[in-house]
Design a protein around this ligand. Structure first.
Ligand SMILES: *Cc1c(COP(=O)(O)O)cnc(C)c1O
Length: 350
């Protein structure tokens, strides 16, 4: 008898990011800023001192302390993850039980649905409105009528780049008994975070990542902020050495360098605005573009019925962006990269 994969695995496809050699990579919302030479030297020294034969700190305590210092929160309410992606997986797998209902809004970050399916949860989706906003009143009423166990959402949202104001996010958290997984992966680019009060609620897990604004996608560092009871459960449920020693050592040093982080965020926001301001008049003039959305993140979201055509033409010019159904998502890059993208759009759409 041959071994057969179960149904959920046999229909699963491995994650397939763009892998070709493209000169300009604006497809993954990474930061275009790498650490400088001086920082690189410091990091190399720190790595050389790691006892590689020993397991790392299971709770990444010193890293967590630097994260908590940076955001001025209590370190005892923070759990480190191997990217926030791992934390989403742990929450879906451990805080919920088979067939529990998880609510997501669409469009939103696809990993919420992915992990929910993997853990055999029932995913219920609410469509966002035409402006890709969430109607919080309607959502609360729906959630309370349908026995929803958890709600996962990103704010500001990937891929829409739209933000939910702090008051609205707060209304959602207070309006339901369900567990809210509030993914603030891009909140360093906006100022409507709930991170300062996240631990006051018994139903909120707030997620942050070092992969976007802080520019450390390669290290895989994410954090969950939640009250002590939820934090205890998260720490108990995660695998013991989930954040490797090299990432802990490097992350700790970089999170301490506020100047690097603040300056980086400033540059990324400037870049994002330059990209938006360059694309906006071109998009507004073109009848192939339905809408270019205002952005609270480090990327631009565009609605168009010609997404595939534009995407393919950009690839031919060695520019990689993301195509998602009838939408395009373009991460901001350095000045030269942005100019090339704007120029390419202008040529493709004229
Ligand atoms: C990029 C992203 C993540 C993943 O972050 P990692 O820490 O790199 O795993 C999580 N949520 C959203 C909304 C993202 O866009």
């Amino acid at each position: 008898m041959a071994y057969k994969l179960n149904k959920k695995l046999s229909s699963l496809k491995p994650y397939d990011p763009i892998t070709g050699e493209y000169k300009i990579r604006l497809d993954a919302n990474e930061s275009f800023i790498n650490v400088g030479d001086k920082m690189s030297d410091n990091l190399a020294k720190a790595i050389a001192e790691i006892p590689l034969n020993r397991y790392p700190d299971p709770y990444a305590s010193r890293l967590v302390k630097e994260f908590a210092n940076l955001y001025n929160i209590d370190k005892d309410c923070v759990t480190a993850g191997n990217g926030s992606d791992e934390l989403i997986s742990i929450i879906a797998g451990c805080f919920l039980e088979k067939a529990d209902k998880v609510l997501t809004f669409t469009p939103d970050f696809t990993m919420y649905d992915f992990y929910s399916h993997l853990y055999e949860l029932e995913v219920v989706t609410i469509e966002k409105n035409r402006n890709l906003e969430i109607d919080v009143d309607a959502a609360i009423s729906y959630i309370n009528r349908h026995n929803i166990k958890a709600i996962m959402l990103s704010n500001p949202c990937n891929p829409t780049s739209i933000g939910l104001a702090r008051e609205k996010a707060l209304q959602l958290v207070k309006g339901v008994d369900s567990l809210i997984i509030l993914d603030e992966a891009y909140m360093d680019f906006w100022d409507e975070s709930l991170i300062d009060i996240a631990t006051e609620f018994d139903n909120l897990i707030l997620l942050r990542t070092c992969s976007k604004a802080i520019g450390l996608a390669s290290l895989r560092l994410g954090f969950a902020v939640a009250n002590p009871k939820l934090t205890r459960a998260l720490r108990a449920a995660k695998s013991p050495y989930n954040v490797n020693g090299i990432s802990q050592a490097m992350g700790k040093i970089i999170l301490k360098d506020r100047e690097f982080i603040q300056q980086g965020i400033k540059e990324i926001i400037q870049s994002r605005d330059a990209l938006y301001n360059g694309l906006k008049p071109i998009c507004d003039k073109s009848d192939k573009i339905i809408k270019i959305f205002e952005t609270r993140t480090n990327f631009i979201f565009i609605k168009t019925d010609y997404a595939k055509e534009i995407y393919d033409k950009l690839l031919l010019m060695s520019i990689a962006i993301r195509k998602m159904g009838g939408y395009l998502r373009i991460s901001c890059g350095n000045t030269e990269e942005n100019e090339k993208v704007i120029d390419a759009f202008s040529r493709i759409l004229s």
